[in-house]
Design a protein around this ligand. Structure first.
Ligand SMILES: C[S@@+](CC[C@H](N)C(=O)[O-])C[C@H]1O[C@@H](n2cnc3c(N)ncnc32)[C@H](O)[C@@H]1O
Length: 343
């Protein structure tokens, strides 16, 4: 809403005779909520959200942030139902179509919101049709065999396909066929088409207490996380530095790919997370991981154990990157800089 439009809105609200402060505040909150809802729905339609609901609501132009936020969230929750109700009553005519978001917000308030007096033309229009809105809602409930509106809202939730559950088989302990047979007892299991040693299970499979997770035979790791060590593709005998290691999923993956050869230096700055890293490595059964509690940015590539007299085997670019990391401290989240070399 532009500033001149907003001025007009304020003027109309002031003119509304006998309106209380609460009514005026609710009137503005509905308009501010409609503006936010429009941004959210446009972002959804383009599959590219410009901002979160919170950041839209917390913009300085929104005055009644709490009420606006609540209205947007509630209207979004009820939106599929509200759309059906408005369609059944044919109230979203061309005249109001341009203000569809305000119609949704106001319809929510008329049907489910706080029972305070309402000012505004859209409000008056919808209140005058309140009985038909309510009977449309009852009919929709009856036709969907929903015993109440809450059930109807649940049934109308957009269908969200849960993300699959990815499992990395720790080949230091078991092989992929064994893991597959074990997991097929509880779910349908597929092999991943990109990353080796990864099994894919349905999204709702809860494996957190599974004995193979507890004993480190398998790791519950997101697919993106499993790609890092696979992309590095270390050859047996490599020495690899995992710069930011805890909780250690990629360190353990590296250890599996190195098949017990070579060495991994796992750096972790945070003492608490270091314990978690130690636990992961101990569960993984890897014996070639040296865990260091230190800031990897303070590491000098020429010092032992990082150099082992072979720092000149680092390619010049890596040495330059390494020094840049140390000087600028900009690269703390870098995982696995490839400071590995062939023996
Ligand atoms: C996103 S986690 C790493 C996840 C890990 N690579 C894995 O796959 O399980 C980032 C970790 O890096 C650590 N960290 C951040 N800056 C660091 C630094 N300069 N030196 C060492 N560790 C650092 C953090 O404490 C944190 O535990």
């Amino acid at each position: 809403m532009g500033s001149s439009e907003m001025k007009g809105v304020k003027l109309r609200a002031k003119r509304a005779s006998g309106s209380s402060a609460a009514e005026r505040s609710a009137y503005f909150a509905r308009r501010e909520a409609a503006k936010v809802l429009r941004c959210v729905l446009q972002g959804d339609a383009r599959r590219r959200a410009t901002a979160s609901i919170k950041s839209l609501v917390y913009s300085p132009s929104v005055r009644n942030k709490k009420a606006t936020f609540a209205l947007v969230c509630q209207t979004l929750k009820f939106l599929p139902v509200l759309k059906n109700v408005l369609a059944a009553t044919s109230l979203l005519s061309t005249k109001w179509k341009k203000q569809a978001e305000l119609m949704y917000i106001t319809a929510y308030d008329v049907l489910f919101g706080l029972k305070v007096g309402m000012i505004g033309s859209i409000e008056k229009f919808l209140i005058s049709h309140k009985t038909s809105l309510q009977s449309a809602l009852s009919n929709i409930c009856a036709n969907s065999q929903a015993k109440n509106v809450d059930r109807l809202v649940l049934d109308n939730r957009p269908h969200v396909v849960p993300k699959p559950r990815y499992v990395r088989v720790n080949t230091l302990k078991i092989d992929i066929d064994f893991a597959r047979r074990e997991l097929e007892r509880i779910a349908i299991v597929k092999e991943d088409d990109i990353v080796p040693d990864i099994l894919v299970l349905p999204g709702r499979s809860d494996l957190h207490r599974h004995h193979m997770v507890l004993d480190g035979s398998i790791f519950l790791q997101g697919k993106a996380s499993t790609m890092v060590a696979a992309a590095l593709n270390p050859k047996p005998g490599w020495k690899v530095l995992d710069a930011c290691a805890a909780p250690g999923n990629k360190t353990a993956h590296l250890a599996a790919l190195l098949k017990g050869t070579g060495e991994i230096i796992a750096c972790e700055i945070n003492k608490k997370r270091l314990e978690c890293l130690k636990d992961t490595i101990s569960r993984s059964g890897a014996h070639n991981v040296k865990i260091l509690n230190r800031d990897f940015l303070d590491i000098n590539a020429r010092d032992s154990p990082f150099s082992q007299g072979s720092c000149y085997s680092f390619r010049p670019f890596l040495l330059w990157l390494w020094n840049l990391c140390r000087k600028t401290r900009l690269f703390a989240p870098i995982v696995l800089p490839r400071c590995s070399y062939h023996r």
